[in-house]
Design a protein around this ligand. Structure first.
Ligand SMILES: Cc1ncc(COP(=O)(O)O)c(C=O)c1O
Length: 433
């Protein structure tokens, strides 16, 4: 039997949604403020780019400013949320979101910075074993980061950096990269590969990789493995501790709703913690808190992932993350993922309805149809003049992301998107395409 797709069904789903109250915890932009015509809120489907602002963030930031005004430096101990241990209060929430132990996670810097810091520790090339594996459509910043790491080490070790990058591609005519093909590529060149670093969810296609299978296979061949979880953290169920990668990093401005350029996160597996001889770049905030303020010149690494942090945390950037993690802890990742699976499946069914209309131009989908291989995002391939169609969607109050030549990425986010949002999007798309 075909799943129901009518408007009444969407409204019923929203009524029965145990997470429905969370939408009211966010500011949803008015359509008129984001390029749309007409009244009412926008249909916001770009939580994969910049998540919406939680209403609680403004007051939380004002509290930090008030505490700064009131206490000055004493705010480190007397602020409502004391600044000195501020980053420690973020650990439980981060651990929940990425499936780690609290010791394995740290909030620091931004994503590309963290990837570099972690590669300093985990990309340890030799003249013979120096290659890095990424997806062909890795986010450009990841490509630049690994190319510059290759170049940096090539100067000292004398290998050819131009031969150092293995880019995984889908088979001809396919959009996703098959797990078997990934494993075969790693196996083929395993003696020369030093690092596998993939995006947990590919930013363009929305493909969710099999973290466990790829991590296990890679580690069995003595190769370091790290994940860029920019599009996975807060979107899909992660079990980093169990899956066992060496490291991971993610940003917090997408699904984690912590604001533009927000404080990012990093994971280092427990097996690497507490080793004072581990190669890393160091700063005082990575020092064991027991001796941090003795101000001695010798670095004693913290026994947690904090050992990778350099500077004291920026409180005004950490504050929105604290607010956001509180929301995630209350909503819980299992409940969010359960709703997300249904919301995206509903969007998929509506697209199938559109495509079944006689004479309707076909909307393609780049994202895998298997729900276990995707997060909330569907990457649509629009027929005809896709740029014009995207503009027309925007005029109708839809905020979705356009990538050349014809991809529109749509991310129904379970914290604040509704089934009715998805229904309205599909009916507008039907008129526009
Ligand atoms: C997959 C991925 N990697 C890296 C980045 C770059 O992040 P940042 O500018 O925070 O370093 C992004 C940004 O959107 C991304 O989506």
């Amino acid at each position: 039997m075909r799943p129901r797709t009518d408007e009444a069904f969407a409204l019923e789903q929203d009524q029965a949604d145990p997470l429905r109250a969370f939408r009211d915890e966010f500011h949803v932009p008015a359509a008129a403020d984001v390029g749309g015509e007409g009244a009412g809120p926008a249909l916001y489907f770009v939580g994969n780019s910049l998540g919406l602002m939680p209403r609680a963030t403004r007051a939380a930031l004002a509290q930090e400013l008030d505490d700064w005004a009131r206490f000055g430096v004493e705010g480190h101990f007397h602020a409502k949320h004391p600044w000195y241990p501020y980053h420690e209060a973020l650990r439980a929430g981060l651990a929940h979101v990425v499936g780690a132990t609290e010791r394995e996670v740290v909030a620091m810097n931004s994503l590309t910075v963290n990837l570099h810091l972690l590669m300093v520790s985990f990309y340890r090339p030799t003249r013979e074993r120096y290659k890095i594996v990424i997806e062909d459509t890795a986010f450009p910043s990841d490509s630049y980061a690994v190319l510059s790491q290759l170049d940096f080490h090539a100067r000292a070790l004398g290998f050819d950096p131009a031969r150092g990058l293995i880019r995984l591609k889908p088979r001809a005519g396919e959009a996703s990269i098959r797990t078997d093909d990934i494993l075969a590529a790693i196996d083929r060149e395993h003696a020369t590969i030093a690092l596998v670093m993939l995006g947990g969810v590919n930013y363009l296609t929305g493909q969710l990789f099999d973290l466990r299978a790829i991590t296990t296979f890679t580690r069995e061949r003595g190769i370091a493995v790290g994940w860029d979880l920019a599009h996975a953290a807060g979107n899909v169920s992660l079990r980093l501790h169990e899956d066992g990668p060496d490291f991971a990093a993610w940003c917090s401005y997408k699904y984690l709703n912590s604001g533009p350029g927000a404080l990012a996160g990093a994971f280092v597996h427990e097996r690497h913690l507490g080793d004072a001889t581990f190669p890393r770049f160091a700063g005082w905030w990575g020092n064991d808190p027991a001796t941090r303020f003795t101000m001695t010149p010798d670095f004693i690494p913290s026994a947690t992932a904090d050992a990778w942090s350099l500077s004291n945390p920026p409180i005004l950037a950490a504050c929105p993350l604290r607010v956001s993690l509180d929301i995630f802890t209350r909503a819980s990742m299992p409940a969010l993922r359960a709703k997300s699976l249904r919301l995206t499946a509903y969007l998929e069914s509506l697209l199938a309805d559109l495509n079944a209309r006689p004479g309707h131009a076909r909307v393609g989908v780049l994202t895998p149809t298997d729900p276990a291989q995707r997060g909330c995002q569907l990457s649509l391939l629009l027929p005809g003049d896709a740029r014009a169609a995207h503009k027309a969607l925007q005029r109708r109050g839809v905020v979705a992301d356009y990538r050349e030549p014809s991809v529109v990425r749509v991310a129904p986010v379970p914290l604040y998107n509704t089934f009715h949002d998805v229904w309205r999007f599909a009916s507008i798309l039907g008129e526009v395409v």
